[in-house]
Design a protein around this ligand. Structure first.
Ligand code: NBG
Length: 867
């Protein structure tokens, strides 16, 4: 049969296709008496064959072996750890699918209001262990795996991290998914299925960061996702938008690509509820661009099919910077368009008028990356559903919510108008239309205030003009929030001040970030989790879902036997980390020393540089001491880990300095029992899971007012590590919760920062005068103590001149704080008490609390338990 295409239809938007659902959403029909009808075949034969989750060891081993035989086509003779992991993972996947299916059907039947979390990044890490713990099947699987002749820990190590994120923002999204499922909330995530996640970091012999692609899907099938080749949408780029009468427009021509869904199962903790993370992959539409194909331009057609596949090929590895790259904007539109098409389709299935859309749908924008959801929803409502502009705007602004994750100017997204006009002509029209009525309203409230209009406009004047995405996200949303108290205050008083004055304070609020205690305590620190369960005398599912229960540990700080157990667990976690370093890097770590950890993206504002300069200062001090003096010193091991954006020259120099300083310091026989430094390459979620439980102290030392929240600070404290930090982000709330005497604060406060920067600029004081100790460290680096000093000049000059991140202002008090740490650590019993009290007071920082705040205060959704 030949297919015939009407040439007139080429390049025109297709008529909306009725979506045929095959896997999710089927609901039973009822007969005349209202009884559910069995859809086909013999009901009893079906029911006999249906299975439920395998919970006993024999059915688990049976299922694993079945996958060895069939899915892997292997036998006991040729099964290695990787194969055994794959078979076990497929077996767990089967169980997850059962729960997932029941959950989706239940939601479809009950039609609750749902929330959709749109995030360009989901930093999930490994799934196997987490799934087993949430299903409550870890012990059974361990037993089964042992009986089959394998070791659980070895199999867990086989899994590759799903690293579809840069750092905190993506990991937060992953924690929120876990909490949504665990709290039985109908929440779906939407993201992109990148072929390459965050790059792998290698360190060259000179100490340079090198980047290598992360083909995380290359190992074959990913058991944690379900390809949904039947769920596809067409997404258009470029072309022309012709305005029609009545405010509508027809957008046609250009390039059309296909979005294909991959569903990732997100199991809740000790509940059947298993939510969905839908990731989109781009594919060429019918393999070719029909426009070019029809015009006889075969080569261009093939080229454009490559460019379709490129859209979801790689995660952009920049954290806190934007580059205005066309492909990045394509990613953003591709993902929001596919997600909205899917959301609208699901809404239309329940056959309600669009005026009720906000009663069924809440859309959360994770930072400005998905802001195009606002004009895209307007386009769908106005152009496709023929809803009048004003009504459509009401629907949008009652559906969308926006979370801001940074006030750093370099991270606030702006897109050049010419690029937008070219790539998304219809959206640019919509943005202009929104802007006009918005500015008219502002003018009405503040007549004649032209500066204000210029400041608030969605369009920033300049060459080229730029679209300010944060402004669009703000005016298109029902609520705007920051991620910690201080940060939300800064959002209200700095970047969105004008909007607060125009729209009123009540639209702007705060939801302090949280972390999931399932992964960040139960999974990464099983011994501590077991001790807590034993001590609280409740099932662990209880306190893991109600983290405030940790408060009940407080009295045990006074119990010497409990303290001993607590300290022994910390010690074993230190040994676990030491073992990891030994096996991966071949280095021996002194586990009798204090472990001091700073792990996060490399960024000037996070001030890893301050840390390494402090380490060098300590080293120089040790070198000057007599043997007797050294005996009194508290031995310390300092760990660093983190990736720098590939184009971030200064951050890469910091890595180089850390690596080379470590080399010199660790080799010095005078000091190496007292101070060693490690840079652990290729930081990941899995590496964090080993590092975090082992810390005595961790460092969160950003310049005041720059770190929106931070979430690793919460993870360390939950695991009984003490915090060294500046008065910034969530550090402040952590100190409030655990007590200021249990944290080590230093540095200037946020209100002082602007003045200090002014001083640096207009009344500079040489570092030699201002901070001689720091000047001495800088001199030693320049003079070649850690290899060619010239190499580091650009880094050192950022401190000597301008010093935007205030290292010269904070260095002395930083060293002072570390001295306090040394003193406090001498009193071991008191230290352990601090550690216990810290953990006990971390209940607030569960992501369950955070997600419930979103659900109740913003989305108005309720838990819905799957029976
Ligand atoms: C980051 C902030 C962190 C915060 C996470 C999660 C961006 C743009 N922001 O402080 O820097 O913890 O978001 O909210 O990645």
């Amino acid at each position: 049969m030949t297919s015939v295409i009407d040439p007139k239809t080429i390049g025109k938007p297709a008529r909306p296709r009725r979506h045929i659902r095959t896997l999710t959403g089927y609901t039973p029909e009822t007969d005349d008496s209202g009884k559910e009808k069995w859809p086909r075949g013999d009901e009893s034969v079906w029911k006999e064959a249906l299975r439920s989750v395998n919970t006993d060891v024999p059915s688990i081993t049976k299922s694993i072996v079945n996958h060895v035989q069939t899915s892997l086509a292997r036998q006991a003779y040729n099964l290695d750890d990787l194969g055994a992991y794959q078979a076990a993972a497929l077996s767990v996947r089967d169980d997850l699918i059962l729960n997932w299916n029941d959950t989706q059907i239940h939601y479809t039947q009950k039609t609750p209001k749902r929330a959709y979390y749109l995030s360009l990044e989901f930093l999930m890490g490994r799934t196997f262990d987490n799934a087993l713990l949430n299903l409550g099947l870890k012990d059974q699987y361990r037993e089964g795996i042992t009986k089959l002749g394998f070791n659980m820990e070895d199999l867990l190590e086989q899994e590759r991290d799903a690293a579809l994120g840069n750092g905190g923002l993506g990991r937060l999204a992953a924690c929120y998914l876990d909490s949504s499922a665990s709290q039985e909330l109908p929440v779906w995530g939407y993201g992109l299925r990148y072929q390459y996640g965050i790059f792998q970091q290698l360190i060259s012999p000179e100490g340079q960061q090198l980047e290598q692609p992360d083909p995380w899907l290359a190992g074959g099938e990913n058991p944690w996702e379900l390809p949904r080749l039947d769920v596809t949408y067409e997404v258009r780029f470029y072309g022309t938008a012709d305005r029609l009468p009545g405010g509508r427009a027809l957008w046609h021509g250009g390039q059309e690509v296909l979005a294909v869904a991959y569903d990732v199962m997100v199991p809740g903790c000790y509940t059947k509820n298993t939510n969905n993370l839908r990731l989109w992959e781009s594919k060429p539409k019918r393999g070719f661009d029909l426009n070019s194909f029809n015009a006889g331009d075969y080569e261009h057609a093939v080229e454009s099919s490559n460019s379709a596949a490129a859209i979801t090929s790689v995660l952009y590895p920049n954290d806190h910077t934007t580059f205005g790259k066309e492909l990045r904007l394509k990613q953003q539109y591709f993902w929001t368009a596919a997600s909205l098409a899917d959301i609208v389709r699901r809404f239309k299935n329940i056959a309600k008028p669009f005026s009720e859309f906000p009663d069924y749908v809440a859309i959360q924008l994770n930072d400005t990356h998905p802001t195009l959801a606002i004009p895209e929803l307007m386009r769908i409502l106005v152009d496709e559903e023929e809803i009048p502009w004003g009504k459509a705007w009401d629907i949008v602004t009652n559906t969308v919510f926006y979370t801001n994750h940074t006030v750093l100017p370099e991270a606030l997204e702006k897109w050049p108008v010419p690029l937008m006009e070219h790539l998304l002509p219809r959206h640019m029209q919509i943005i202009y239309d929104i802007n006009l009525s918005f500015l008219q309203a502002v003018e009405k409230k503040f007549p004649g205030d032209r500066d204000r209009l210029a400041r608030m406009s969605l369009i920033e004047e300049g060459f080229p003009k730029q679209v300010r995405m944060a402004h669009l996200a703000c005016i298109g949303s029902r609520k705007v929030n920051g991620v910690a108290e201080l940060h939300s205050e800064l959002v209200r008083t700095t970047i969105l001040k004008d909007f607060v004055e125009f729209e009123g304070l009540s639209k702007f609020s705060n939801v302090t970030n949280g972390i999931t205690p399932r992964r960040w305590l139960d999974q990464c620190n099983p011994e501590l989790s077991a001790l807590i369960t034993k001590t609280l005398e409740v099932d662990k599912s209880v306190w893991l879902k109600d983290l405030e229960r940790l408060k009940e540990l407080l009295p045990y700080a006074e119990d010497a036997a409990f303290r001993k157990e607590w300290a022994a667990i910390k010690q074993r976690n230190k040994e676990r980390l030491a073992h990891h370093v030994e096996t991966t890097l071949g280095l021996t770590v002194n586990t009798n020393a204090m472990f001091d950890v700073q792990i996060k993206r490399l960024h000037e504002y996070k001030r890893q540089t301050l840390n390494i300069l402090g380490v060098i200062h300590r080293y120089l001090g040790l070198k000057q001491m007599s043997a007797a003096e050294r005996k009194k010193v508290n031995p310390r091991v300092v760990f660093f880990a983190g990736k720098a954006a590939p184009g971030y020259y200064i951050a890469k120099l910091t890595i180089r300095l850390i690596v080379n300083a470590a080399r010199v310091i660790n080799a010095d026989p005078d000091t190496r029992d007292l101070l060693t430094v490690y840079f652990l390459p290729d930081y990941s979620v899995s590496l964090a899971e080993v590092l975090i439980p082992s810390s005595d102290i961790s460092q969160h030392i950003s310049t005041a007012g720059t770190e929106a929240s931070g979430t690793s600070n919460m993870k360390f404290c939950l695991n009984g590590g003490l915090l060294v930090g500046t008065v910034d982000g969530a550090n402040i709330e952590i100190a409030e919760a655990v007590g200021e005497n249990n944290v080590f604060f230093f540095g200037h406060l946020t209100p002082a920062v602007e003045d200090l920067r002014y001083q640096h600029m207009y009344r500079p004081v040489p570092v030699e005068e201002k901070c001689p100790a720091l000047a001495n460290v800088l001199d030693k680096i320049s003079s070649g103590m850690f290899g060619d000093g010239e190499v580091y000049e650009p880094l050192l000059n950022t401190i000597r001149q301008g010093d935007f991140y205030l290292l010269t202002d904070d260095f002395d008090s930083y060293i002072g704080a570390l001295d306090m740490v040394d003193k406090a650590y001498l009193d071991k019993e008191e230290w352990i008490k601090k550690s216990i009290r810290t953990t006990a007071n971390m209940g607030k920082f569960s992501s369950d609390r955070a997600i419930l705040e979103y659900a109740e205060s913003f989305w108005s959704i309720e838990p819905i338990k799957v029976p």
